[in-house]
Ligand binder design. Structure first.
Ligand SMILES: NC(=O)c1ccc[n+]([C@@H]2O[C@H](COP(=O)([O-])OP(=O)(O)OC[C@H]3O[C@@H](n4cnc5c(N)ncnc54)[C@H](O)[C@@H]3O)[C@@H](O)[C@H]2O)c1
Length: 259
């Protein structure tokens, strides 16, 4: 059984731990770490899961196969390389951190050297499977429009307003908690600098909506995800947590469906 450690005991971390508890994923949760000790101390204390709460990254890494990051872009920047260089695989939710080209390049080098993997779940978007396949031929354009309630985006506008239009590379830095999906799309396709991101603050919507459009030699596709926000953290769509769980499940599944 794969031994996993959780970096981040928030909303997504809790979903993942619960999926382990309910036997949905056949992994053993061995350790958890959160910079907020109150979060890790009380993490799933009502559930009978035998994991250790640690207070630093070195203890988290020790004795596990895979670290699941569900914390923040800063956590990826601070710890990703150390995790991979220690010979542990890493699943990343705060994908926007990989806008740092040098960091991502060093992470890939470390993963190759230690023969471990970097896993990036699809998160809140649909279409990553299609883009993976399509990018084996020429891609002409990759665009994503993210539409959220202004409160979720932390802006104060009274009517539908485009608050960002530009390269995903810049957008994920400006809105580090809201558009990690744009980084995922960039990595799967033509890069973060070549992926066009629009962020729309729309007081009329109560869902996190991501519309993806890809054009290339294969033809074109458009996908629209209208995601319900998590109750614990409205910035995070529930399906993003489910996507992490689905990828963990895939690691141990006999049958693999989808690219
Ligand atoms: N890839 C995607 O599609 C996608 C979708 C939703 C959310 N996310 C990202 O996933 C991450 C987790 O989301 P969430 O809803 O669980 O957030 P959350 O705020 O509910 O939980 C994050 C937890 O991580 C802890 N943390 C933050 N930085 C840390 C650090 N440097 N070291 C240790 N602990 C740290 C926080 O104290 C908190 O308890 C966020 O960065 C979020 O933006 C990605």
């Amino acid at each position: 059984m794969i031994k996993i450690a959780l970096l981040g005991c928030g909303n997504i971390g809790e979903f993942i731990a619960n999926a382990v508890y309910r036997g949905i994923i056949h992994c053993k949760l061995v350790k958890v770490f959160d910079k907020d000790k109150n979060r890790s101390k009380d993490f799933l204390k009502d559930v009978n899961l035998d994991f250790e709460v640690v207070d630093n990254i070195d203890d988290l890494i020790e004795g596990v196969d895979l670290v699941v990051e569900a914390a923040s872009q800063e956590a990826v920047t601070e710890y990703a390389l150390r995790i991979l260089e220690s010979g542990k695989s890493l699943m990343i939710m705060s994908v926007g951190a990989l806008a740092d080209n040098r960091l991502f390049r060093d992470m890939k080098k470390a993963a190759m050297k230690r023969n471990v993997k970097i896993y990036i779940p699809s998160g809140g978007i649909v279409g990553v499977d299609g883009l993976n396949a399509a990018s084996l031929a020429t891609i002409d354009s990759v665009e994503i429009t993210t539409r959220k309630n202004p409160k979720t985006l932390g802006v104060d506008v009274k009517e539908e307003t485009v608050i960002f239009k530009g390269a995903a590379l810049d957008g994920v830095r400006k809105f580090p908690k809201s558009v990690n999906v744009a980084a995922t799309l960039g990595i799967a396709g033509v890069g973060l600098d070549g992926t066009l991101l629009r962020i729309v603050a729309d007081p009329k919507v109560d869902k996190n909506i991501h519309e993806v459009h890809v054009k290339g030699d294969f033809g074109e596709f458009t996908t629209i995800a209208k995601n319900l926000p998590s109750t614990q953290n409205p910035k995070t769509s529930w399906i993003a947590a489910l996507s992490a769980i689905a990828l963990l499940k895939k690691l141990t599944n006999v049958v693999h469906i989808g690219t």
